[in-house]
Design a protein around this ligand. Structure first.
Ligand code: ZN
Length: 306
């Protein structure tokens, strides 16, 4: 009788345990699947090196923005630094496959993390050049990631700087605040190429970092100066787009000017910012987006000029 009771209890326990184990196993599977998916998504795409023109190469993939390098006879010159030290190291080893020479210098197009956070992946003591303001804009990041401290730019410039890289003439230019206040355009006149960082976005609104004193009108001026540069630049190498020609940059500039004219006209008609944003299909969101949309930046800059 007692034994029979025990058997019944055991059966009851087993019957209860089956679904519990089932749930545990299933949830375990779900967790590991989502972790797997997360890892898959978190794994950056492979690094790919492509020749753009002459001795200029594009490095796509990895984490962060496009980088570029010039292959010299003795050394390589790198533009921008990816977003993680691991991606930087992977990029350096891919560059070695194309041009097995040491790195002589890194030039930063600006201070954003997707262009600079990989710097600690460089050999210590590498020469790093940036605009003076880009150096200053990198200082808050150093407080969060102290390992960046040893990789702050070792040399800065203000308006322009001429360089000779093993016979290839280069000019670093800053035409005033645009994407940030410390943008650098690296022009290689003999190749008619400019490395432009985040000054040329294709298929999306340009980003103006107000927290880094970027400026919409400054971007217009920068793009105009770039198009007016002599000898005429034919190829524009962006941090977030494939290489583009003059037509794309002219069309970007025209779109920006048209947007500005439309915002200005609505301001003259005493429209509120909300009405203007609504006219551009932008909804009011609560809380407001961390960074204001381009139309709002244009509105603010027009109002500030009044
Ligand atoms: Zn940027």
């Amino acid at each position: 009788m007692k034994r029979g009771n025990n058997m019944t209890r055991l059966r009851t326990v087993v019957i209860w345990l089956i679904p519990i184990f089932g749930i545990l196993i299933l949830s375990g599977l779900c967790l590991s699947t989502s972790a797997f998916n997360w890892q898959q998504q978190a794994t950056p795409p492979p690094i790919i090196v492509e020749n753009v023109r002459d001795n200029i190469y594009l490095v796509k993939g990895g984490s962060g923005a496009n980088c570029y390098f010039l292959a010299g006879d003795k050394t390589n010159l790198l533009f921008d630094a990816k977003m993680s030290p691991d991606s930087m190291k992977e990029m350096l080893s891919e560059i070695q496959k194309i041009s097995p020479r040491p790195l002589s210098m890194v030039i930063l197009t600006h201070s954003d993390g997707d262009h600079t956070n990989g710097l600690p992946g460089l050999p210590e003591g590498t020469k790093i050049i940036s605009h003076k303001k880009a150096f200053e804009e990198m200082l808050p990041a150093v407080e969060k990631s102290p390992e960046l401290k040893k990789f702050l730019p070792s040399e800065t410039y203000e308006d322009r700087k001429k360089l000779d890289f093993e016979g290839t003439k280069l000019e670093l230019r800053n035409f005033g605040p645009a994407h940030t206040s410390g943008d650098t355009i690296a022009i290689i006149p003999t190749s008619k190429v400019a490395i432009v960082g985040d000054l040329v976005f294709i298929g999306r609104d340009p980003l103006i970092h107000q927290h880094k004193n970027g400026s919409f009108y400054g971007l217009i001026k920068t793009l105009e100066s770039l198009l007016a540069y002599k000898p005429e630049i034919e190829l524009f190498l962006s941090g977030h787009a494939d290489p583009v020609g003059r037509e794309e940059v002219i069309s970007l500039l025209n779109t920006l000017k048209q947007t500005e004219a439309r915002v200005r006209e609505m301001i003259q008609q005493n429209k509120t910012l909300e009405e203007i944003k609504a006219a551009f299909g932008l909804q009011l969101t609560s809380p407001p987006p961390r960074r204001p949309p381009l139309v709002e930046i244009i509105y603010q800059e027009i109002m500030a000029k009044k």
